[in-house]
Design a binder for this molecule. Sequence first.
Ligand code: ADP
Ligand code: NA
Length: 302
Amino acid sequence: MKPILLTGIRATGLPHIGNYYGSIKPLLRMQEEYRIFQLIADLHAVPHVRDGALLNDHVRSITACYLSCGLDVQQSVLWRQSQIQEMAWVSLILMSLISVNELDAEMKLIANQDIDMLSGIYPVLMAADTLMMGADLVFAGRDHETGLDFVSQLSQRFNSMYGNIFTVPSPYFPDLNQMVRGLDGRKMSKSFNNTISLLDSEDDLYQKIVRIKGADEAESLRIIADLRALTDAHPSDNVANLKEAKQLLFEELNRELKPIRQKYAEWIGQPDALDRILQDGAAAAREQANKRISLLMNNVGL
Ligand code: ADP
Ligand code: NA
């Protein structure tokens, strides 16, 4: 039996190349060695996407993205979080084991009192999903480092109180020197509006690369060199100037993203096929969750 590796992506929109190089690509390299459980976190997206139809669209686009990048649903499981509704039960039970102080240390809630409460318990939901699936490893970028430790600690705490129901998962981080940087040099993130989408058209890709701008020219060149180093081209050549560097980055990125873009166009035109894949994924996830849920409820006394 392959070890189980779980990871998630929020259904807040199309993945960007930070998600791709920081998470999707390293994950897909591990498909032979691990049984991958790739979660589409639709519940996590609710506070950010206040439109049901749009949220459903995001789930489909992300599904199409993973398939286009090479997720093999014959061996990996792709499902949407909300399909296993017991996750909400498990989250509530886990919350009984966490003090407000501990959650604050994790989420800085006292300092950010305007955060909605669902976002505030983010690591609890992450723990519930991970533990229900019996994951041996939980995979995410370094930006989730403390969250993953929290999941491991919570499972140990639960187990010592209620019997060894949960596998204690180990954190697993992709081998990446730093977070992928965006057009302004900060971490690439949808909240900074500095992303290059995995599916940007050739024109948009070019226009965005033209916009890359650090504090000075040397910094701009460094941002571009870092991005170029991520692509399959693995360039080591010196460039004459910023303009040439941008042109090379465009060519190298475009070469790698073009086939993904083409496959995506095919998948997104087949919504029924996407829904079927998600249903099959949910069935596999449910089978996995069922191994634990009744024992868990019974031991807790519910
Ligand atoms: P999540 O809510 O799971 O963080 P995101 O869409 O923000 O959802 O990220 C999905 C995955 O992509 C996570 O594993 C995260 O660590 C990774 N990721 C996000 N942004 C970057 C980045 N700029 N560089 C590298 N990895 C990233
Ligand atoms: Na993130």
